[in-house]
Design a protein around this ligand. Sequence first.
Ligand code: CA
Length: 588
Amino acid sequence: MNRFIMAISASLMATGVAQAEVTEEDLRNDQTITTQVVTNGMGRHLQRYSPLDTLNRDNVQNLMPAWAFSLGGEKQRGQETQPLIYDGIMYITGSYSRLYAIDVMTGEELWQYDARLPEGILPCCDVINRGAAIYRDKIYFGTLDARLVALDLKTGDVVWRDKIGDYKAGYSYTAAPLIVNGLIITGNSGGEFGIVGEVQARDAETGDIVWTRPVIEGHMGTLNGEESTMTGTLNATWPGDMWKTGGGATWLGGSYDADTDTLVFGTGNPAPWNSHLRNAGTPTEGNVGDNLYAASRLGIDPATGEIKWHFQTTPREGWDFDGVNEVVAFTGSDGNKYFGTADRNGFFYVLNREDGSFVAAHPFVSDITWAAGIDENGRPIFNEDNRPGDPTAAADGNKGEIIFAVPSFLGGKNWMPMAYSQHTGLFYVPSNEWGMDIWNEPITYKEGAAYLGAGFTIKPLFEDHIGSLKAIDPMTGEIKWEFQNPAPLWGGVMTTAGGLVFTGTPEGRFIAFDDETGEELWSFQTGSGIVGQPVTWEQDGEQFVSVISGWGGAVPLWGGEVAKQVSFLNQGGTLWTFKLPRQLAGNN
Ligand code: CA
């Protein structure tokens, strides 16, 4: 494949034709074209699985740094990007809405784009960015002031810019965009400010909006500049006007299942956090007070933006259990097509890929308090006495009963992406074992102000660890192995046909595990905490691995007692690229 592409490039150059462009075929086949990485998730199903086995259990101890790249700047903060690799160039995004193009062989910078951010942006959870998207001759990323920017892939020149939302009202953007059939598809961030979650599709070439789909019932979608359909049924599951500022931020972006031609986006917490303000609707359906479609997964038609199905993980959510966690298409051991998703609420769900219907759910963290389990319809069996109390029931009307809930609001799993191995059939889930004291308070909506109606303090559950990487059988929920880490895990996971699982720790170690046993086979100290997403690819017959290092993200800002425990961790901003030198590959 590599020689074939090089031959095409050479012939194009010889005839004076423009450079090759990333096509829909490239995006569709990103997992199997191992000489490039052109999608977030190493494939739009987000499996983060590479069929490469040049680097494997037997030789991973020979993996060594090839080059490192510093992001520079006076301010560092969290680095959560996933590198993209195309045509000899690596593209990464950085904190404060920066994007870099780097020579993939030498690590030299080719160009850098810095978004000019206005005063008054309102990112909830650090000034991070999770990656870009490439299509044809452009690269796209979102900025903290809720804009989408298209840059020339070769020069970094701005081709177009457009506004996703109003940053003054609390909108921002941090996810990697998704590209399907020439449309660039984005979510939005700002669920702590009473924004309304939405999915937007634009013509990638022009930036023109094709459709919009708000994810809270009562809001109207658009298609080709005209109203399309209302999301849900007005006031079916939301009381009064609460839906107008109902949250449901689609802040982690989405995946695409080509088999069913479906976009899948998760939706964040309903707003405000105080669930007692959202506890009634008009009884037109059997799910009064569920607050659809917050804390849900939505299957969306990519051509029209119509909702094909929904599955709500946490009805009338009251613990900030955003349902945005990535939805990964996989084929089960029974040969059936499923989705897997590890929810912030602590349960790992398997859904039917045809219609999003519930198949199974199992807890993947310890000592969950808010629900006794998930029933046969996929609905939580609530422990109502573990819902933060209603402040109007308190003597002073200002602070409801404090409860201790597990998981904490930062989740059994937060944004950090898991990986699915076609080699083992297991999911490798970066999770955290923690709980929180949480209480509700009165709150009224004010544009651009935090809209929570809650207070909280996160606490560890165990003395020796918070972070827990787990190898999980999706159908049974069985945990095959576990790696425990003192600090909370906040980085992505990748797995390969070479029998390896990669992830990093806030303490700075980049680690390769045996995918069957969890044995640690190799590690490297990167100098700062890893909260980024590793990738691997092949270049001239050698296998490379890259990951960014730079501690930050939500934990230092929101982690309560846990944040104090990890306050010694140093910030940074370095992209590391490793390779297995040909002479050390051994059995190849
Ligand atoms: Ca949230």
